[in-house]
Design a protein around this ligand. Structure first.
Ligand SMILES: [Zn+2]
Length: 167
């Protein structure tokens, strides 16, 4: 794991050039600098000591930013593990519900309302269609997820829908 290239390494090497060659916001510049400094001397360090084996070692401080892949890895894996425990042993369809890109600014200003509406519209559509005997005639379960609001990509939901009845 020590020799793997991280996002921080890439931003450290190329971040300033990217900033100089592209029009990005002050917030984005700050994020590039923060992520490139994560787990380096740039954010400081501390010493750790294991209570069980008395190992001691220097550890660099992390940025804990929600955009940092290194800092969010643990949370991501925990979320993924919880979702995997919810899955039933059948195949799944991957469905995507996408909002028109023109609605991104409205979503940025009203995240809670807009995402709430999107989650509700997508899940109710699938539940209603599945209950209809002309289609499936069954109650369904589904897992709905999304990513933080992207600045240039359309906002979308990803839905895992079981392919079969189970139980
Ligand atoms: Zn970080």
């Amino acid at each position: 794991m020590q020799n793997q290239i991280s996002i921080g390494d890439i931003l450290d090497q190329h971040g300033d050039r990217y900033i100089n060659e592209n029009r990005i916001s002050g917030q984005q510049k700050g994020l590039i600098h923060l992520l490139s400094a994560c787990r380096t001397n740039g954010l400081g360090s501390h010493f750790e000591r294991c209570d069980h084996c008395s190992y001691t070692g220097k550890s660099y401080d992390s940025c804990r930013n929600r955009h940092c892949p290194a800092c969010q890895q643990k949370d991501k894996l925990e979320w993924l593990y919880k979702r995997m425990k919810e899955l039933i042993p059948v195949g799944y369809y991957h469905l995507v519900f996408t909002l028109p890109h023109e609605l991104n600014p409205m979503c940025l200003q009203n995240k809670k309302v807009m995402y709430g509406l999107l989650f509700k519209a997508a899940s109710q559509t699938l539940i209603e269609l599945s209950k209809d005997p002309k289609h499936l005639g069954a109650d369904i379960g589904l897992i709905v997820s999304t990513r933080p609001i992207p600045s240039i990509r359309p906002i979308h939901l990803c839905i895992a829908l079981p392919q079969k009845h189970y139980g």
